[in-house]
Design a protein around this ligand. Structure first.
Ligand SMILES: [Zn+2]
Length: 205
């Protein structure tokens, strides 16, 4: 297939021209906003393709380039979804969004929402919004913080007595009785959710 044909076909799939009956009657009619926007995106894609062809290789493939762009868009959207879920669960106080509510909006099961974000997303959401976690004490893990037990070596906050978490501890977290525990990346969201909401009078801040 000639490369021009391939390019035209990719453009036709990626930015299909909406059929409007009035076009038949009034050729030369000004395109609607949606059509104009699609046209802009299409032109931008062509420009990027031209630039890539000039820079890298003369046979830059429009089909592969379109796929790569869509995957990048999808990844960025997934990342934003994870950040919004983390924000809604951890930073919205005093009543965080429920797993059910968030799941319905995000097309996930309630347990899927719980698994959708980890400590990384929680911390990023906090950085982006400038929100601080209330009534939470988290430090970087260091063996010296613990008086010589399992917490020096592994995550002791997660897991159970019979089925301990063996992951590498990354944080030192403090529970309601001021006892310090070692916590791994995957158990930090659980720790954060277990914290009480801040008192409205600032008592617990
Ligand atoms: Zn753990």
């Amino acid at each position: 297939m000639a490369s021009r044909e391939l390019l035209d076909d990719v453009l036709a799939i990626r930015w299909p021209q909406p059929h409007r009956p009035e076009d038949d009657e009034a050729p030369g009619h000004l395109p609607g906003t949606a059509v104009a926007d699609a046209w802009k995106l299409r032109s931008a894609f062509l420009q990027r393709l031209e630039a890539a062809t000039a820079e890298h290789s003369p046979d830059c493939d429009p089909l592969l380039a379109a796929l790569e762009e869509l995957v990048a868009t999808k990844k960025a959207a997934d990342e934003q979804i994870r950040l919004l879920l983390a924000y809604g669960r951890v930073y919205v106080t005093p009543r965080p969004y429920t797993l059910e509510t968030l799941g319905q909006a995000a097309g996930l099961t309630p347990s899927g929402v719980g698994r959708a974000f980890r400590s990384e997303e929680i911390l990023t959401a906090g950085t982006l919004t400038g929100r601080r976690l209330a009534a939470v004490e988290i430090d970087d893990h260091h063996p010296d913080l613990f008086p010589g037990d399992a917490s020096r070596r592994r995550c002791t906050w997660g897991g159970s007595k019979n089925n301990p978490c063996t992951d590498e501890p990354k944080y030192a977290v403090t529970d309601k009785s001021d006892t310090r525990w070692a916590c791994c990346d995957s158990h930090l969201p659980g720790y954060l959710r277990s914290r009480p909401a801040p008192e409205p009078n600032g008592h617990s801040m």
